[in-house]
Design a protein around this ligand. Structure first.
Ligand code: UD1
Ligand code: CA
Length: 481
């Protein structure tokens, strides 16, 4: 049986004034996708041959976003936002061949599930209706269109709150702003829309009254979970939607075997993947294309963006962007991994270490207080506390290679371009560029001690007192004897 031809229209031309933002409402992000991105993802369940997005306010920004996330969608410009009915009319004028089913979605309903879109479309097509609206029973219907049914429970019309008489306002069944229509019936009805309402706009919702008045059958599909139909009008609602989406995402991961100590402070983008027995400690954000393999422990207080974490790795109190963390590697606390960081198996990046474009071989260690920029560090090499890979000469960046099992002493500057050979040592406090394999590199100045300096130059200080006592009393070691 061949499927009915389907077209999806997403309404995304409005400004969303109450967001009070330079960014159009539909481009605000929520756990890894924009509001519009979430709606397109859900709409994909309609398996439409053609997707149209009506753009208007800051159309260039919305178009650029579509190029990125949904290049197959066609943006259609609604230069003036004369209402949802007007928006759909313009979209259909741009798609004269669209027949079969037209699915219309508001661009600001990010919690909508693909399953619900599929169920709405199936119910609509099976009933052979001219139009079907997704409705929800809510506690607080403020601001939303009300679904008005006749004595027999059939949909009669949809009335906007501002145009509603008190009995209608009292209804708690609302229009979610998501619909399926028969294309031909929709075109007919749209051509008859008036602007005689409180806002002087063409309301898409009036299509239902127009269809029933000429005897066409229309339907209501009640969303199984009213939460899915929540729109976003201001930042407070955006935060509320974010919290609900967070809970949904986290519950999904916990059900598939991920441990979370505090799901309320764990924020995982919808684009992230986690394996079984991964463990997420409190106050973590996992962003973008991040993946965490089995048995790895993340957090507390860690942000991972576009970061890959291998099996059994531990990442503690860390900020990471674009890094690859190998299996059983350990990172943190207070580490900053920047793009191009690649840690081998059992590699270690410790406290107050920053890495950028840096590859650490298996078992290599950078335990404390170090900057590693533009470097390749061999397996089992050890970089002492306070080492700086000086990669920048003020104009260009240069690379440093540290060979396998080399040992770089504390407080060393490796001045790039630099090459420390396999098994080489660099003495603590040195500044070097090249040390051949197996050699010791030292650039430390010769030490000289000026005897009695403190008592002469700092008389009367606690240091001078201590120096005097040390000179008069026998050393600890001598007392023992
Ligand atoms: C709309 C419905 C209302 C429903 C509510 C659900 C109408 C008349 N009312 O109201 O019954 O309960 O959604 O959230 O449809 N848009 C355009 N062009 C326009 C106007 C709007 O593209 O000219 C887009 C907006 O960007 C938005 C969507 O359509 O994504 C809904 O517009 P909005 O102004 O939020 O409609 P509501 O008044 O909330
Ligand atoms: Ca709205």
């Amino acid at each position: 049986m061949s499927q009915t031809q389907r077209t999806v229209i997403v309404l995304a031309a409005g400004e969303g004034k109450r967001m009070k933002s330079a960014t159009p409402k539909v481009l605000h992000p929520l756990l890894g996708r924009t509001l519009l991105g979430h709606v397109l993802q859900a709409a994909a369940a309609a398996r439409a041959g053609h997707t149209i997005v009506v753009v208007g306010h800051k159309a260039d920004q919305v178009r650029a976003h579509l190029d990125e996330v949904a290049p197959e969608a066609t943006p259609v410009l609604q230069a003036q936002q004369n209402g949802t009915g007007h928006a759909v009319r313009i979209a259909l004028e741009a798609a004269p061949d669209a027949a079969g089913t037209v699915v219309v979605l508001n661009g600001d309903v990010p919690l909508l599930r693909p399953e619900t879109v599929e169920a709405l479309v199936t119910a609509h097509e099976e009933a052979g209706s001219a139009g079907t609206v997704l409705a929800a029973e809510v506690d607080d219907p403020t601001g939303l269109g009300r679904v008005v049914r006749d004595a027999g429970g059939r949909l009669e019309r949809i009335v906007e709150e501002r145009d509603a008489e008190p009995e209608v306002r009292a209804l708690r069944e609302v229009n979610a702003g998501i619909y399926a229509f028969d294309a031909a019936r929709l075109r007919e009805a749209l051509s008859k829309l008036s602007t005689e309402n409180d806002q002087g706009e063409e309301y898409l919702t009036d299509v239902f009254g127009l269809l029933t008045s000429v005897g066409h059958q229309v339907g209501v599909f009640v969303a199984p979970d009213a939460e899915e139909t929540l729109g976003c009008n201001d930042r407070a609602e955006l935060a509320g939607l974010g919290a609900r989406l967070r809970d949904r995402v986290n519950t999904g991961w916990m059900r598939s075997g991920v441990t979370m100590l505090d799901p309320a402070t764990t924020w995982i983008d919808v684009t992230v993947t986690l394996e079984r027995d991964a463990e997420i400690e409190p106050n973590c954000r996992l962003i973008g294309t991040t993946t965490v393999a089995a048995g790895a422990v993340i957090g507390p207080d860690t942000t991972l963006a576009d970061t890959t974490v291998g099996e059994g790795a531990a990442v503690l109190r860390t900020h990471s962007i674009g890094a690859e963390i190998g299996p059983e590697a350990t990172v943190g606390p207070f580490s900053y991994l920047r793009p191009g960081t690649k840690l081998g198996r059992k590699a270690k990046v410790g406290g107050f270490v920053e890495t950028k474009n840096a590859e650490l071989g298996d078992g290599a260690k950078v335990p404390h207080l170090t900057y590693v920029g533009d470097a390749t560090i061999g397996a089992k090499a050890n970089i002492g506390a306070g080492t700086i890979f000086a990669n920048y000469d003020g104009v260009n960046k240069h690379h440093t290679t540290v060979g396998e099992a080399a040992f770089v002493g504390s407080d060393t500057v490796l001045i790039a371009p630099a090459e420390i050979g396999p098994g080489a040592y660099v003495a603590a406090g040195s500044a070097v560029s090249n040390v051949p394999a197996g050699s010791l590199g030292v650039t430390r100045a010769q030490q000289r001690n000026i005897e009695g300096w403190t008592e002469r130059k700092r008389p009367g200080t606690v240091s001078a007192d201590a120096a005097r006592r040390a000179a008069s009393e026998p050393a600890e070691a001598d007392k023992e004897k």
